[in-house]
Design a binder for this molecule. Structure first.
Ligand code: CUA
Length: 204
């Protein structure tokens, strides 16, 4: 008689797990439970998982709101990508789409903003580089975060959710001006005409 997957052989035909294997399974399971318990703890203590403000939004409405935001506070542009300097404390809109982050934000250090994130098409991932901040950016949802830049400088937004052929060039920028500095808008460098915003001079 031959065996198939349907009729198992009788008795203990397999090699029973060794005791050390069972110990490792128990350790791994206990570690899973510890990490599971850490999720709410990180939320409450570590500042890792922030509490956002969530609203349902039509992608077209979010696009319209972002365009209005850009039209109101644009101070400059870089290769066709608007640079927007909103007033301190205001609502800031950042739209993800294949394959750009729109617009470039110019913020003040030490000032709180409400940063609204949403996507026009499909899931993207907001990763603030070199800081390790990660948020999913989902079409149909306005995910807002209260943020206070604590450090002046230039930061990259890197998409960390695979979103198609242009995923690897989906890089945006947040500029943080030192506390007290006014919008000293730099000269646009005149390189117009690309739809994809590829940040310039990445010091990696
Ligand atoms: Cu957007 Cu990857």
């Amino acid at each position: 008689m031959y065996q198939t997957g349907i009729d198992p052989p009788e008795g203990i035909w397999w090699k029973p797990a060794h005791k050390s294997e069972k110990v490792w399974i128990a350790i791994a399971f206990a570690w899973c439970l510890i990490l599971f318990a850490m999720m709410p703890l990180w939320h409450l203590r570590g500042g890792q998982n922030t509490t956002g403000i969530r609203h349902v939004v039509e992608p077209a409405d979010f696009l319209a709101r972002t365009n209005e935001f850009i039209a109101t506070y644009q101070v400059d542009s870089d290769r066709g990508m608007p640079i927007v300097e909103p007033p301190p404390g205001s609502d800031v809109y950042l739209l993800a789409m294949m394959w750009q982050w729109r617009p470039i934000l110019r913020l003040q250090e030490g000032v709180e903003y409400t940063l609204h994130l949403s996507s026009l098409d499909l899931n993207h991932g907001f990763n603030l580089h070199p800081l390790n901040l990660n948020f999913q950016v989902v079409p149909g949802y306005d995910y807002a975060l209260r943020v206070t830049p604590t450090q002046a400088g230039e930061f990259r937004i890197v998409c960390n959710e695979f979103c198609g052929i242009g995923h690897d060039v989906m890089v945006g920028r947040i500029e943080v001006l030192p506390a007290g500095a006014q919008g000293a808008s730099s000269e646009p460098d005149g390189l117009q005409g690309t739809d994809l915003f590829v940040s310039q001079g990445d010091e990696e």
